[in-house]
Design a protein around this ligand. Structure first.
Ligand code: FRU
Length: 489
């Protein structure tokens, strides 16, 4: 019973059983959102990779489907993407539109330990239910490059051709194609740009309006970087803002600038949905809510890992440049079960406005004027033994999550931690939008300017909460607390 299982997320996507890592092949077609994922169906740790599959109409409730792709004579199925081939450029669909998946086949060079990674394709004649691997696989190989994976493909409208961005160790390569079968290399980006704390993986490139289109549009290149034993942060995701002309990407920022997509520890390998046109022109994104540092060790029993909440990405002009903002998907509001509402209240040290509130899955929206307090925030999933703190340090102007005493934590030494990120107040006010599930907390601050995503493993009975303030009084402008309904109820 998924509703009663310890730590089982109640409104985040999880595999029904066994291991999951990266989200793959997200595509919207004929009214359905597809989500595939890196899956080891025979174990709860990473192993021979398949593509698991689920379908949703609202990105909130999911129907689990049979495994879509499994290891074959070319190897295991690593990460990749899927597209709608609207014009049947591939010739797979008899002139009609259909779905094509583009992924990495991973095996070894003959008689060698050296990994071999090559790109292959598969297509579906039944709206994604079953998949046929192309007889000409692999469609792209490059013996000189060992790390050669995670193709993300889209149709570039001005040049009327397919573009693939591929992770190749310390950079990405761009390829183009007219039919998804023959690929030509165009350019590379990144060997001397951004963070190289880990190997580059799971790239994506998207065009987004700036400030709702008032300032034109820009291209965002998303690149995940793998774990590095030297870095406490583990695996994480960076992005670059710039221009893309259909064959090469140029970075607006200086090469040493590093922009993080999420400032928590558990949002990795995320990419966007193909063909999900939105009226607001945002792009739908989902990430793997774990970290390679400890993903294989998290204390869940029958399955491992969840996805982040789906988010909508936008670009916003701020004093430092153009930055990603992310908003939790509006469809999630259907899970709200009424609201408790507070307004215009003074918060005083030692008093807890939320002393009567209880919850294990809920959403908080609040606006606070920290006044003369030194720190203000929430203690969540709280009991006498444990708590997770989401707070704002007023003097340092830093938003933090402290999960050092959040519940089970001894499975890895890097898990228990407090981490923070610079966040400026807007007109003297702090806005927080927080989602708490059985084993996660996600914070969207100042209308999505900063996102922080962390796993936590509190005891199911730790359901208390507190709104706290230190060394002064703060003003609560408004606070809404929404208990959420389980997607399994
Ligand atoms: C990222 C990643 C990808 C690879 C996949 C294998 O988490 O390492 O680069 O394709 O996972 O499962």
């Amino acid at each position: 019973d998924l509703q009663r299982e310890k730590y089982r997320p109640q409104f985040h996507f999880t595999p029904p059983a066994k291991w999951m890592n990266d989200p793959n092949g997200m595509v919207f077609f004929e009214g359905e959102y597809h989500l595939f994922y890196q899956h080891h169906p025979d174990g709860t740790t990473w192993g021979p990779m398949h593509w698991g599959h689920a379908i949703s109409k609202d990105l909130t409730h999911w129907e689990h489907c049979p495994i879509a792709l499994k290891p074959d004579e070319h190897g295991e199925i690593f990460s990749g993407s899927a597209v709608v081939d609207w014009e049947d450029t591939s010739g797979f669909f008899g002139g009609k539109p259909g779905l094509v998946a583009i992924f990495t086949h991973a095996d070894h060079y003959p008689d060698s330990e050296r990994p071999r990674q090559r790109q292959s394709i598969a297509y579906s004649l039944d709206k994604g239910r079953t998949w046929i691997t192309y007889e000409g696989n692999p469609v792209l190989s490059e013996e000189a490059i060992t790390d050669f994976r995670d193709p993300k493909v889209f149709w570039h409208v001005p040049k009327q051709q397919w573009v693939m961005v591929l992770a190749t160790g310390d950079r990405v390569l761009f390829y183009t194609s007219s039919n998804l079968k023959q690929w030509n290399v165009e350019s590379e980006f990144g060997a001397a740009e951004g963070s190289h704390d880990g190997v580059w993986e799971c790239p994506d490139i998207i065009e987004l309006p700036v400030d709702g289109g008032m300032e034109g549009s820009k291209w965002v290149l998303i690149v995940s970087i793998g774990d590095n034993p030297q870095c406490p942060e583990g695996s994480r995701t960076q992005y670059f803002v710039g221009d893309f002309d259909g064959s090469s990407f140029t970075n607006d920022a200086s090469p040493e600038t590093i922009l993080w997509l999420d400032h928590g520890r558990d949002n990795y390998a995320g990419v966007t949905w193909s063909d999900a046109q939105r009226a607001d022109q945002g792009k739908l994104f989902i990430g793997w809510m774990s970290n390679w540092k400890y993903a294989n060790l998290i204390p869940t029993a029958s399955w491992r890992s969840a996805m982040t909440l789906p988010r909508v990405l936008f670009l916003k002009k701020v004093p430092d440049g153009i930055r990603l903002v992310q908003e939790p998907l509006a469809e999630l509001q259907q899970l709200r079960l009424g609201a408790k509402h507070w307004e215009e209240t003074t918060i005083v040290p030692g008093q807890n406005l939320l002393s009567d509130a209880q919850g294990d899955i809920y959403e908080i929206e609040c606006e606070i004027d920290p006044g003369d307090a030194s720190e203000v925030g929430f203690k969540l999933r709280k009991s006498e033994r444990e708590e997770t703190v989401v707070g704002y340090n007023v003097f340092d102007r830093k938003l933090f999550i402290d999960r050092s005493n959040s519940g089970e934590k001894h499975f890895h030494e890097a898990f228990a931690c407090k981490h923070d990120v610079q966040l400026e107040l807007h007109n003297g006010r702090l806005k927080l939008h927080i989602f708490v599930d059985q084993s996660s907390v996600e914070v969207f601050a100042n209308d999505g300017e900063i996102a922080v995503t962390d796993q936590i493993f509190p005891d199911p009975t730790s359901t208390g909460m507190e709104l706290y303030v230190k060394d002064g009084e703060a003003k609560l402008v408004s606070l809404k607390l929404y208990p959420l309904q389980s997607i399994y109820s």
